[in-house]
Design a protein around this ligand. Sequence first.
Ligand SMILES: NC(=O)c1ccc[n+]([C@@H]2O[C@H](COP(=O)([O-])OP(=O)(O)OC[C@H]3O[C@@H](n4cnc5c(N)ncnc54)[C@H](OP(=O)(O)O)[C@@H]3O)[C@@H](O)[C@H]2O)c1
Length: 512
Amino acid sequence: MADPERHPFLQGLSKHRGAPPTVVVIFGASGDLTARKLIPAIYNLSFDNLLPADFHLIGYGRKPIPDEEFRSIASAAIKDYSRRELDAEVWGRVAANTSYVSGGYDEKAGFDRLAAKIFSIEKTIGSEAQSLFYISTPPSVFGPIIQNLGASGLGSRYVGKAHHSKVIIEKPFGRDLDSARALNAELRSVFEENQVYRIDHYLGKETVQDLLVQRFANSIFEPLWNRNYIDNVQITVAEDQGVGTRAGYYEQSGCLRDMIQNHTSQLLALTSMEPPGSFDAEALRDEKVKVLKAIEPIGLGQGGDACRAQYAEGMTAGKSVPGYLQEAGIAPNSSTETFAAIRLFINNWRWQGVPFYLRSGKRLPRRVSEIAVQFKKPPGTIFPQKEGFNLAANTLSFQIQPDEGLSMILNAKIPGLETRTQPVKMSFRYATTFGSNTPEAYERLVLDAMIGDGTLFIRGDEAETSWKLYTPLLDFWRSEGRTGMGGYAAGSWGPVCADELLSAHGHAWRKP
Ligand SMILES: NC(=O)c1ccc[n+]([C@@H]2O[C@H](COP(=O)([O-])OP(=O)(O)OC[C@H]3O[C@@H](n4cnc5c(N)ncnc54)[C@H](OP(=O)(O)O)[C@@H]3O)[C@@H](O)[C@H]2O)c1
């Protein structure tokens, strides 16, 4: 089908990236993620003709839901959340092969019913089909689902063939090093590592992948990408929303677990890793693990490398909003941080002595994620240090969201009859160059898992390496309770302690 929104630059992209007949099973199919992201992703893959000819979708959950009702729920989700309007013909193709199996997550009989359903689909299409199990439930049932995929034999089907069973597992992947190790051990008791796709949807974002292209397909950056030219790197993942209706989840999580350990650290790894030998899953993930292992332990306590805080009441988008402790469902003495900033040093030849500053928080002035690479200032300047000679450090920034793109701050001469200078911004914006209707992260990730490409997923050792870095800090903060917890007004860029992490090295946060 022709897509009128398709930008000329997108014409000719490969179709059918080679997925075999596939049955996608979503555990937790009545949930929020399924409605907001997974069903729209499958619909848009169908729209782009990227699903295999024999594609089947099965929802699984405890609530008994008739097939027809599940199809209506799914079409409503597309209307509400898809980046494209619901097209009856496109959805009809998927809906014809969509069904629902109800059962408990710890109930073997439910998985036997699921297996029978999958066998009957294979019989109908007349060939073997890979099963892609998407675990989209709260983490408390990850374990029972994995065990029952093992007990029912579904997890080990076609091992040794390209279309072996695969499992996608949602975040959070553990809540500290011990629980991540335990979850990995549970997965390994049923699956081989190449069957497991641990998702961090940040890796499915266009600009995150563009970071790899910018770094490794342009020769101008690599010679400068080191301690000789780079002064510091600042990674910001900011949310403007408060905790909203997710108090129960957030109280158990906090900013470090929710954002820094996964999304922000993935951005750090991709920015700082060595060039991989090839663009394949193992080469890329080897380099990410290597650089994560080279990060020095985080200094704890007063004068250390970390700062945490909770938002207090303030103003966002012209409205007055309550502080975290006043939000519904939050304990009045909660010690859950809604903001965290960390200073990291990577102990290798490329990065020795270059601070990497990470920050993330709720109720910041706007929703924005960016990586800003600040270069060193020239060793001296021939231009006078006086009014009219405004000079800034060159900064290359990757804007991950929103308004995806890349910009570079350079110093330029102000036009006129005398020489005066001013920093200027050179920008590339995805929406302007390629059109604005780019695929959502989940489309890319579901497709990659279907075709067996693990490049944009987290490997087990990578998840553990990241938890190993942050677990001592989480333990320290837990032992401190509310001692040392900073505060910041909702709508501000965070607490004073975050500024102090940088000012100790003569730096300041850039305004994204
Ligand atoms: N929502 C998001 O935007 C988002 C973003 C990133 C990651 N995630 C992760 O994706 C997963 C799913 O998120 P979600 O927001 O869709 O979750 P959810 O709506 O809370 O739960 C999904 C489904 O799991 C089942 N379920 C809920 N609580 C359960 C419990 N205590 N025991 C057993 N089953 C339970 C329910 O289905 P039945 O009652 O029908 O069985 C529910 O519809 C989570 O691991 C979450 O951390 C979500």
